[in-house]
Design a protein around this ligand. Sequence first.
Ligand code: URA
Length: 239
Amino acid sequence: MSARRTSDEGVARLARARALGERFLYRIDEVAEETVSSTSTAPDETGFDASGWDALRQEVLDCTKCELHKSRTQGVFGSGTPDTGFMIVGEAPGYYEDQQGEAFVGKAGQLLTKILAAIGFGRDEVFITNILKSRPPKNADPSPDQIAACEPYLERQIEIIDPAVILALGRHAARTLLGVDGSMASLRGRVFEYRGVPLVATYHPAALLRNPNLKRPTWEDVQLARKVYDEELQRRASQ
Ligand code: URA
């Protein structure tokens, strides 16, 4: 299947919104519909490199750079669409993700889906991936060696997508992308930059399932990410 799920109406609309720099995405119905080919190769009008994306996906699926390839069921490249430029980075696939080959499909993923809906996105209207593309046995924390082996894939995903915002979920994602050691309490609630891309960090949905007190700050952070996304689309459109 092509990496571009542009046949989905909502995704096509958001892709068009990105291309046009439409600010008020909730009012996107007013924008004239345009057929977007699902077989087009890169780069397209949004600068998206579809052929590079498909090749990268295959590399991830075939990867044997760390020991995790021996125990995983399959690599998990990521889920959703790269077209809209709203990118979410978690920690690593868990049991269900490893089984299904999709990111964030377990309990934490179901909560993430609800959180996204609250800021106006369907799961298929964002791109969701992880620092590690293979499941660590027993869901162990990613090791520095595993992160070092896998990080280039994430870097290339970010390069190709050129996201309008990155939402980092949990301390492993935030620390890896930001190259700092702080607690989530110290990293959340503000906008960082990752290679020129605005980045907001917040708690991992699994942490929210354990501690409901984290729901409020997380809600503030995802709203901030949405606002930054809208502003970034606007800024790019005016360039
Ligand atoms: N937790 C993560 O960090 N990523 C997933 O894909 C699933 C659970």
